[in-house]
Write a protein that binds this ligand. Structure first.
Ligand SMILES: CC(C)(COP(=O)(O)OP(=O)(O)OC[C@H]1O[C@@H](n2cnc3c(N)ncnc32)[C@H](O)[C@@H]1OP(=O)(O)O)[C@@H](O)C(=O)NCCC(=O)NCCS
Length: 166
């Protein structure tokens, strides 16, 4: 697994976009041009390769969001993807764990992600919790989950992600 800051080397960026087109076919239009969902540039990314082929990717967008009107810094999961032929071997899990370890290493206390309800169980098995609070964002969809990366409790109250999802 390799960590990258932006910008990714062009050949890596291109291989990641190919992987995202494969894993999110309905968003091919976007991912054939950019990894930056809604223009959000990840602060760092992790790439997983096997036999020199890029088969796993995760981006992490560090953002200030407001919870109950107080700003907190979160590590937002962007574009977790594993090539279909190599799924169910724990690569997705490992990308999630390493991405959040890296965030904690930068003293970021919380993770935040948006996902389809079908994936709640997968993320819950990694310690993520579906919020029951109201989430304010430009495009409301999916469910929102958070993770406490250290001892601090995720604040309670309405969550305002301050714009569009990543
Ligand atoms: C989600 C994803 C990254 C998981 O990668 P992975 O390497 O297979 O993950 P792991 O091997 O660590 O864990 C696999 C588990 O994830 C869960 N899972 C994955 N996709 C799922 C789905 N669509 N619905 C329900 N559970 C799912 C299952 O519990 C699965 O366990 P199983 O293999 O025993 O069925 C991969 O399926 C993927 O790229 N999917 C398409 C893109 C996507 O939806 N990304 C997440 C965006 S929020």
């Amino acid at each position: 697994m390799k960590l990258f800051n932006e910008p990714l080397p062009e050949e890596v960026d291109s291989a990641v976009r190919d992987l995202l087109c494969e894993c999110f076919p309905s968003d091919r239009e976007v991912f054939s041009h950019t990894r930056y969902w809604h223009g959000s540039v990840p602060t760092y990314s992790l790439v997983y390769r096997e036999h020199n082929r890029l088969i796993g990717y995760i981006g992490v967008v560090v953002r200030e969001i407001k919870v109950n009107n107080v700003f907190i810094t979160i590590a937002g999961i962007q574009n977790l993807a594993v090539s279909a032929k190599l799924r169910s071997k724990g690569v997705g899990r490992q990308l999630m764990i390493e991405a959040m370890n890296e965030a904690l290493g930068h003293d970021i206390q919380y993770g935040l992600l948006f996902c389809i309800p079908e994936l709640e169980h997968f993320y819950a098995s990694l310690g993520w919790i579906k919020t029951r609070e109201k989430v304010m964002m430009a495009d409301v969809k999916n469910i929102t989950m958070f993770k406490e990366l250290a001892d601090g409790k995720f604040p309670r109250g309405n969550i305002d992600i301050q714009g569009r999802d990543w």
